[in-house]
Design a protein around this ligand. Sequence first.
Ligand code: SF4
Ligand code: SF4
Length: 144
Amino acid sequence: MARDLKEIKDINEIKDLGWDELIPGAALFSFTEPVEDVAEVPMEERPYAPTNSHEWQVGDWRVEKPVYNRDLCIDCQFCWVFCPDMSILSRDKKMIGVIYEHCKGCGICVEVCPTNPKSLLMFPEHMDNDEALSMWPKKEEKDK
Ligand code: SF4
Ligand code: SF4
């Protein structure tokens, strides 16, 4: 049965609730306290709430994984902004890579990557990343 979040007094109670026990549309807490300029605070220093996706490891949901190609990336940060699971690691506005423990393999980062060819592509989970990089497609020419 759905729980009204207003009834919950201890934030840790939320972590034990199943997705079907929350009221549809409920907003979950990101942090246990207000954080200013969160983009400037390193991930390991942020006060993540138990309901933040950073506290959950969903990597074993994946059947495909995003592989990152540094040579093509323009550090636009689109993947970092759109990833729903905080799985893109970025420092000083430079993309570093994918945190696979938190990546569920949804492919949104690949969809939003604007380079040609893309700097993130989905490959089978079992494939070695170096092998994936060796198979990267070439630039697509536009029809004139
Ligand atoms: S596949 Fe989905 S969860 Fe994984 S890094 Fe890309 S956007 Fe994030
Ligand atoms: S969206 Fe693509 S180009 Fe932009 S930072 Fe991510 S990997 Fe790099």
